[in-house]
Design a protein around this ligand. Structure first.
Ligand code: AMP
Length: 371
């Protein structure tokens, strides 16, 4: 019994990977579910067709990626009726993300009633952040009443790449301090001390922190009041603007870093400015996390931009040699696993993230499976 099926269900898509140990037996994406000309009419038919196609003999578990675990879930959890109800209660915190996962869980439990299912939360890895890193300086009665606090996201990725970084360094994770920079369409930074997360840049929702593809990252929150009162925008419009028309998309009209880099290389001033804003924010967080951790063994880049953009990596870490941080130009251009020079005080790594593999690993852990 070694196979694990990992499902990442969105409101109109299902991403799947079938693992046999660490080997991928099948993977794919079912898209535009419920839309005209889409791959399936609903999640039930999408998953039923998928399960007919896959060889699910010896299936030990189904792992579901769930974005928001709130403060209820601090580790991966075997799914019961109570867990389903709790994930449903968390919908107000993640209205765009949790409903898809919930549908996937309900359908998969119906189709595979005898296979244990595990919820793996994007927030869980951040549950070790101490209170002073979770809370903001706002009215504490309001904060308690409404559960205002940081949760953080991309936890499976930060967990996986920080552990991989320790492996690359040949050190036990418990003795390794890492700053992980997950730079995809969504982007977040984390400070990991001895395998435990101590800080992260996303907040109660995935809007805060780094500049992203379409999300603004950190802003002065007064922008919201000003846009509402002075510019006359409705709250929904402001939310839409900050989440879907912010970040690289807001600055340049395109959310894809490749296109921003192409325009910048052609001399487009706005693309060059967007790049500078993006890497400056990265440097600000990196500096803050260096100070927080005190001693840093490695800085690790991951996800689409982090794994593929030498320009972003070099610019984000430029001028930090006094702190023991340098990037070797040739290694960086080659997207090598280690891009700092030999013997550098801080190792700079590029580690491809493997969120589905980490979810499969978490399933085995939650079920105490040995294989
Ligand atoms: P992810 O969300 O991890 O799939 O990352 C997606 C983003 O990675 C895309 O929106 C691109 O902006 C970025 N990306 C992918 N390949 C490259 C590349 N070669 N150079 C720069 N950015 C890239």
């Amino acid at each position: 019994m070694t196979r694990v099926l990992v499902l990442n269900c969105g409101s109109s898509s299902v991403r799947y990977k079938l693992f046999d140990g660490a080997d991928v037996r099948a993977k794919g994406l079912i898209q535009r579910i419920g839309e005209d000309g889409g791959d399936a009419g609903d999640h039930l038919s999408a998953l039923r067709d998928l399960m007919d196609r896959l060889d699910l003999s010896d299936l030990a578990a189904v792992g579901h990626r769930v974005v928001h675990g709130g403060d209820r879930f601090t580790s991966s959890t075997v799914i019961t009726d109570e867990v389903v109800a709790a994930v449903e209660e968390l919908i107000p915190l993640a209205p765009l993300h949790n409903p898809g996962a919930l549908t996937g869980i309900r359908v998969a439990r119906k189709l595979l009633p005898d296979v244990p299912q595990v919820a793996v939360f994007d927030t869980a890895f951040h549950s070790t952040i101490p209170p002073e890193g979770l809370l903001w300086a706002v009215d504490h009665e309001l904060a308690e009443r409404w559960g205002l606090r940081r949760y953080g996201f991309h936890g499976t990725s930060h967990s996986y790449v920080s552990r991989e970084t320790a492996r690359i360094l040949g050190k036990p994770p418990a003795e390794t301090n890492v700053i992980t920079l997950h730079l995809g369409n969504g982007a977040s930074a984390a400070a990991v001390r001895g395998g435990r997360c101590e800080a992260t840049s996303m907040g109660m929702t995935p809007l805060s922190g780094l500049v992203m593809g379409t999300r603004s990252g950190d802003i002065d929150p007064s922008l919201v009041f000003y846009l509402h009162r002075v510019a006359g925008l409705a709250l929904d419009e402001i939310e839409e603007s900050l989440t879907r028309h912010g970040g690289l998309a807001g600055l340049t009209g395109v959310n894809d870093m490749r296109e921003v880099l192409r325009r910048r290389a052609e001399g487009d001033g706005q693309a060059a400015l967007a790049f500078e804003i993006y890497v400056r924010r990265l440097k600000e967080y990196t500096g803050a996390y260096l100070a927080l951790l005190g001693r840093v063994d490695a800085i690790t880049f991951t996800a689409g931009v982090g794994e593929n953009s030498p320009d972003v990596r070099a610019a984000a870490l430029a001028g930090l040699s006094a702190l023991g941080i340098t990037v070797d130009e040739d290694r960086n251009r080659a997207n090598a696993l280690i891009i700092s020079p030999d013997g550098a005080p801080v190792t700079v790594c590029v580690v491809p993230t493997e969120e589905e593999l980490e979810i499969a690993h978490e399933c085995r852990r939650a079920l105490a499976l040995t294989t």
